[in-house]
Ligand binder design. Sequence first.
Ligand SMILES: Cc1ncc(COP(=O)(O)O)c(C=O)c1O
Length: 316
Amino acid sequence: MLQATEKIWHNGQLISWDDAKIHVLSHVVSYGSSVFEGVRCYDTASGPAIFRAPEHARRLLDSAKIYRMDLGYSIEDLTRAMVDVVRVNGLRSCYIRPIVLRGYGDVGVLPKGNPLETYIACWSWGKYLGEDCLFQGVDVCVSSWTRIAPNTLPALSKAAANYMNSQLIRMEAAANGYAEGIALDASGYVSEGSGENIFVVRDGKVLTPPLGASVLPGITRDTIVKIAEQLGITVVETIIPRELLYIADEVFFSGTAAEVTPIRSVDRVTIGAGHRGPVTEKIQKRFFEIVTGSRRDEFGWLTPVSGVPEAEPVTA
Ligand SMILES: Cc1ncc(COP(=O)(O)O)c(C=O)c1O
């Protein structure tokens, strides 16, 4: 259950959590007209730090531009707002959710007279696919639902409407006892999970579908590519046929929520040794060293949030 915090950032002001409400006839409710982000803030030894905040802000602006939404905020404004909302709520680690939506005004598909509203909320959050999954891996299926096709809903925009497709994938997977579903693109090649990008390891090389395979340009996807480069592991963006999943040495998901989650089976076919493989382990280890600040931030990926007191030590 969502843990409420005190404040939410709204159009430049910090408002109370309970006041962050919209009218049921807001454009977004009928037509799904919002774009959003999911960002993590990690508790590091030198205080809370938001992971790749400017990159998330940039993707939010990109998502909005595709839908002709002009927020009037810059990458710097949005990054500062994320820092402010974490600080004011006094959180050491949390999930941050910026949302831009078309609000209350006229009713009709053509958005006119519907003001854009920008909100940024944050709250405490644990592991998305479960704590053990980071080590043991998850059991997933290939979805019977196809990912949004090119020139229908733009996959490069992280728009709420895309998540109706994600919901179908995720609900079907859950109904059949899987942790997650992998969608194929309109050509039948591997696209991504309902909320994660996917990577396949074969013969020591790491493969991931290109942006043209209806994938979200994941910030973690980009992080994995850069970490792999640093570790001397070759990454290739290429079309991936479904059956390559079954014969892969390793498969893993990446995402802000899922972080780096190994996949131990696909459609009940065991992947590799049936648990986290060595390449996934190396990349995952480096990922957590960086995000938790236990390794020098050589990529400049952490935006510090100053002024958040340390949690009271728990006494027996
Ligand atoms: C559909 C989809 N693909 C991929 C991702 C991973 O993107 P990121 O690493 O930026 O969180 C997400 C999560 O935001 C997603 O919802």
